[in-house]
Design a protein around this ligand. Structure first.
Ligand code: BDP
Length: 324
């Protein structure tokens, strides 16, 4: 054998024998330990590590230690982070199609949201996310959101007047609260507790598990059930990370994400009940709004403005509204 050939064989052998470097994946999560999403994400990470024999080693960073949601979305898009559990609320500012999911009362209930997101319409959202650098692998629940505040129960839209509510980072939510007669201020989730406590804001809106886990219930004693938003959440992988993953491992990751979503949805249902009981036991007054139709009727201008600004999204809005 010629020397060059020997050298080449040696190099090839070294390549074959060399262990493939494990890929460390960093995952963003806003929630604390023990929250349904956190448990499911951690199980997702475990399944991926096990099934890929350690070729991929995902780590989940809880409590938004890697930054706020809008920052984290950018980081996952540009490959600075590998995966995350994102609520589609703040996503609307980046992927306009997903704003449709933030239209108040667009879903009749959580089951309706499941039917939409698990079918062909869900795929349309995945495609839109993918064009923005995010691969949505599965959909988590985040129940339905209602208003809470430090002052008094909200029975009718008129009770919102004079109250300042924190909303997630999306102009649609500012329009929503305006249309109900309140004042809205977009703010990072991590700042809400202190702002409620010091009176910078009077209220916010969220589902029972987050109202509970964020401790907002300690300071905001009135939770008024409006169920105005039902927003799905994704397990999203950075497209850069996804494209660099061999197909066989992509399959493993996808399956793990679907399993995690099944687990999350089951945990979610239990946690919603438990959190409702917990906040009530802690002295929160929960009331059903007297006339839900009045809240829905107030959303007409929000829809009208949205569709005037985004006429191309009308078919998507209608497709959801007509899904049985
Ligand atoms: C929770 C969502 C989380 C949001 C948070 C918020 O799961 O993704 O960031 O609400 O209100 O329900 O900011």
């Amino acid at each position: 054998m010629k020397i060059a050939t020997v050298a080449l064989c040696g190099a090839l052998a070294a390549l074959i024998a060399a262990p493939v470097a494990a890929k460390d994946w960093r995952g963003w999560n806003i929630h604390p330990e023990g929250y349904p999403n956190t448990i499911a994400l951690e199980d997702f990470a475990k399944e991926v590590a096990e099934k890929t024999d350690g070729r991929i080693k995902p780590t989940v960073y809880n409590n938004a230690v890697l930054g706020d949601q809008p920052d984290a979305i950018e980081q996952v898009r540009n490959g600075g982070l590998d995966f995350a559990n994102f609520n589609m609320g703040p996503m609307g500012q980046i992927v306009p199609e997903t704003n449709v999911l933030s239209l108040p009362f667009i879903f009749k209930d959580v089951e309706h949201m499941h039917r939409v997101m698990d079918g062909p319409i869900g795929q349309e959202f995945s495609d839109a996310l993918s064009s923005a650098g995010l691969v949505a692998l599965s959909w988590f629940d985040s129940g339905s959101r209602s208003f809470y505040n430090t002052k008094h129960p909200i029975e009718t839209p008129a009770d919102m007047k004079g109250l300042k509510f924190r909303v997630m980072n999306n102009d649609l939510y500012v329009n929503m609260v305006d249309a109900l007669g309140g004042n809205a201020t977009p703010m990072a989730y991590s700042e809400v507790y202190q702002s409620l406590k010091t009176g910078v804001i009077d209220g916010a809106e969220n589902n029972y598990p987050s109202f509970d886990s964020s401790n907002h219930y300690e300071v905001a004693k009135y939770y008024s059930v409006t169920n105005h938003l039902i927003i799905p959440e994704c397990i999203c992988i950075s497209k850069a990370t996804w494209d660099a993953t061999p197909e066989a491992d992509q399959e493993i990751v996808k399956t793990a994400a679907i399993n995690a979503a099944k687990e999350q949805r089951a945990l979610w249902a239990k946690r919603s009940e438990a959190s409702k009981e917990e906040v009530e036991a802690a002295g929160v007054k929960v009331n059903q709004v007297k006339d839900p139709a009045a809240f829905q009727a107030a959303m007409k201008p929000v829809y009208a403005n949205f569709l005037a600004e985004n006429p191309e999204l009308k078919p998507l809005v209608e497709a959801i509204q007509t899904t049985e």
